[in-house]
Ligand binder design. Structure first.
Ligand code: MF3
Ligand code: CO
Length: 253
């Protein structure tokens, strides 16, 4: 798949975008406290995109027969899972876990990243859930290198998560990224380390550590929004990563 290999010019743009997305997430993190309306996060995000002269990719994004995604941020709180959007009037409260997942683009190229944040003090199990999800992403990124099979990345996420007694989502996955938000290849959070295609130098991939506290069954709340069926918490960390000859470069750091 030659089309997914990025040239130096494209990589340079994605590198710049990745830095911007990372500082946007840092700024959003500073706003997270008990009592804040999630709409303020959305509002600030759209303003920051204007200031940086980048386009919020999620806003009005459409896929298949789905209606356009309404917001620039995906925000999910506690048992809410992927593709939930901020709704005006929803306030964060002490003990919540809030996931922010978003994508920006410039010159047609996209970068995608997600982080989970605690609101004030969260309970011990949630601290462990957050740490495990973050570690799973970290451990899997360490495996990235030209010629490595995707299964090794998937398997690393799964092993890290299951060792702690949590579960990975099976219905959603990471993905390649570039001129589209979702490109080849698909990167599941589970699998055998010897399975899957080999990744190549110059590919840009989004590794998504998609983790839940309980069972991995998900249900749709609307066309886009999902939640964990058992009402236990969901947690996500995601980075856009460039595959290099000898390893990786995290673009959204
Ligand atoms: N990281 C999410 C994904 O790859 C970003 C979704 S943006 C949305 O699915 F617009 F599709 F919601
Ligand atoms: Co993604």
């Amino acid at each position: 798949m030659d089309s997914v290999i990025k040239n130096e010019k494209e990589i340079e743009i994605m590198r710049g975008l990745g830095k911007i997305l990372s500082s946007i997430l840092n700024d959003l993190e500073k706003m997270i406290k008990s009592g804040i309306d999630v709409w303020e996060l959305e509002d600030s995000f759209l303003k920051m995109c204007k200031d940086y002269n980048v386009i919020p990719s999620c806003k009005n994004y459409s896929e298949g027969s789905l209606p356009p995604f309404p917001t620039g941020l995906c925000i999910s709180i506690n048992e809410q899972a992927v593709h939930c959007f901020p709704v005006k009037g929803t306030k964060l409260k002490e003990g919540d876990m809030v996931n922010i997942d978003t994508v920006i683009n410039f010159n047609g190229l996209h970068v995608d990243s997600a982080r989970c944040f605690p609101v004030g003090n969260i309970n011990k199990n949630n601290i462990r859930l957050l740490r495990t999800t973050k570690n799973a992403l970290h451990n899997s990124v360490l495996k990235v290198k030209d010629g490595v099979r995707l299964g090794l990345i998937s398997n690393t996420i799964q092993k890290t998560v299951e060792k702690e007694g949590f579960n990975v989502l099976k219905d959603y996955a990471g993905h390649g990224i570039g001129y589209s938000m979702h490109e080849y290849p698909e990167i599941p959070c589970y699998g055998d380390k010897n399975d899957g295609p080999k990744i190549k130098e110059g590919m840009t991939i989004c590794i998504e550590s998609l983790v839940c506290e309980g069972k991995d069954d998900i249900e749709n709340v609307s066309e886009w929004e999902t939640k964990m069926k058992d009402d236990k918490n969901f947690c996500i960390f995601e980075h856009t990563v460039l595959v290099t000859k000898n390893g990786y470069e995290i673009l959204t750091n």
